[in-house]
Design a protein around this ligand. Structure first.
Ligand code: 5GP
Length: 113
């Protein structure tokens, strides 16, 4: 599979991995748009929200709870943060592997797309 996130998951490509469990892996975005910009991705290959199915509720809920814990760990929980899942071309998705952005701090540039 040529997806860059798949390569990060398999260790073929480097990443600053902050967290990993049986369902998700989290690492810092290579082009952060704010001081804190972390990606929480599914360990299973899923192209986007469009490919989610009944039974994936636990995975999606877990992604949000991991984001909450990472926000706490980053010291941004109190002041707040954004959680974002871009979906498809018009949704600004550039990497076809399900991921949740955790973004906190002043935006360096506005969201693409
Ligand atoms: P999307 O635009 O699909 O919602 O988000 C993809 C994100 O992945 C972008 O914010 C982009 O900067 C990040 N990204 C793309 N390639 C890499 C990479 O090789 N390593 C890391 N850490 N992030 C990447």
């Amino acid at each position: 599979m040529s997806c860059i996130f798949w390569k990060i998951l398999t260790g073929e490509a480097p990443a600053n991995i902050l967290y990993r469990d049986e369902l998700v892996t989290a690492f810092r975005d290579i082009h952060p748009i704010a001081r804190t910009h972390i990606l929480i991705i599914s360990n299973r290959h899923i192209d986007s929200v469009n490919q989610l199915e009944p039974g994936d509720e636990a995975l999606v809920g877990h992604m949000v709870l991991v984001a909450k814990e990472l926000a706490k760990q980053e010291g941004v929980a109190e002041h707040g943060y954004r959680l974002m899942i871009n979906t498809g071309e018009h949704g600004g998705q550039t990497v076809p592997h399900l991921h949740l952005h955790l973004i906190a701090g002043k935006l360096a540039r506005f969201l693409m797309g």
